[in-house]
Design a protein around this ligand. Structure first.
Ligand SMILES: Nc1nc2c(ncn2[C@@H]2O[C@H](COP(=O)(O)OP(=O)(O)O)[C@@H](O)[C@H]2O)c(=O)[nH]1
Ligand SMILES: [Mg+2]
Length: 302
């Protein structure tokens, strides 16, 4: 499993490295502020979030009488951590007879892979997991989940290609009760003929779940591909409005310079990042820790 430092190498070496240079050994000038703003925008932090950061930085610089750029760097790091919010403690135990996690996101974002990673994590914590292949619109999607299931020894409930995903989810809930599984993870489609159809379909799946399991789904995780940068934000808003997302799995942070999008996601969507994907292997999933994340965006360790 790559370390967070390795995962964030490209984001760090591209733009955050330059922020570090701008906030180096000199006094703060007008140019410092301009450069910082330009770099944050380039880093995929996004306009609203950059604006918010600059307002709090300027206020703190005034209030605290900060003159040196290096001192501002320390404040920037603190504000970045604050922006990301607290740690969302992942819970691997549950008092429920059956806990349900629904996973949504556009095609190719990494839903199925992330489900494999999550399953393995929960299994290691002693949970009895069952998977539902409710992305019935692509035959390959069903196969892919089944392959991961076989590798991890986790049963997968699937229907025929193009069968009703609601029926698959219904069957999966019954199977989970019958087999005394205590965690059901539902894989879903990421693309239909229209976006409207997709959101309607996902709402239908939610209803099937809530009718058959009390308060289900208990978590709805939105998978976002970090390499999409700012484009990911508007997509994510659509899902969040339609199905009420409780947490984000941010994938492909390895190999992208666009890690700054993390700040935009939390600030603009108001949804915490639960996990980050750091590679294609089953172990490449980490719980998100705001402080560690920010520390690893910069080269210095102060
Ligand atoms: N490098 C990298 N690749 C990933 C990550 N997560 C998923 N992928 C890759 O992204 C591609 C699409 O993933 P998939 O799970 O099929 O996406 P889905 O269509 O949303 O189910 C696959 O090639 C995965 O191996 C990650 O965190 N890092
Ligand atoms: Mg898939």
């Amino acid at each position: 499993m790559p370390s967070l430092r390795e995962t964030l190498a490209r984001t760090r070496n591209s733009i955050f490295g330059r922020i570090q240079t701008v906030l180096g050994q000199a006094d703060i000038t007008t140019e410092t502020w301009d450069d910082l703003e330009a770099l944050l925008l380039q880093a995929d932090v996004g306009a609203p979030t950059t604006e918010k950061l600059l307002v709090s930085l300027r206020k703190r610089a005034t209030d605290e009488g900060i003159i040196q750029a290096a001192a501002l760097r320390k404040v920037l790091k603190e504000e970045l951590v604050t922006l990301l919010g607290g740690v969302t403690l992942a819970h691997y135990t549950s008092d429920r007879v059956l806990e349900v996690i629904m996973v949504v996101g556009v095609n190719g974002s990494g839903k199925t892979t992330s489900i494999a990673k999550l399953s393995s994590l929960y299994v290691r914590h002693g949970r009895k997991v069952l998977l539902a292949a409710a992305d019935t619109f692509r035959a390959a999607a069903i196969d892919q989940l089944q392959v991961w299931g076989e590798r991890g020894g986790i049963p997968v409930i699937a229907g025929k290609p193009n069968s009703d995903p609601g029926a698959v989810v219904y069957d999966a809930v019954q199977a989970a009760f019958n087999r005394k599984a205590d965690l059901l993870i539902v894989d879903t489609a990421g693309r239909l003929h229209t976006k409207h159809n997709l959101m309607q379909e996902l709402k239908k799946l939610r209803n099937v779940l809530s009718r058959s399991v009390h308060d289900a789904p208990h978590q709805t995780l939105l998978v976002i591909d970090a390499t999409n940068g700012q484009n990911a934000i508007s997509q994510a808003k659509g899902f969040a409005e339609a199905v009420g997302v409780t947490g984000v799995i941010l994938t492909k942070l390895d190999g992208t310079p666009k890690g700054g999008v993390t700040f935009a996601i939390v600030n603009e969507l108001g949804i915490p990042i639960s996990y980050i994907g750091t590679g294609e292997k089953v172990g490449d999933l980490q719980e998100f820790d705001p402080k560690q994340f920010v520390d690893n965006l910069f080269d210095d360790k102060e």
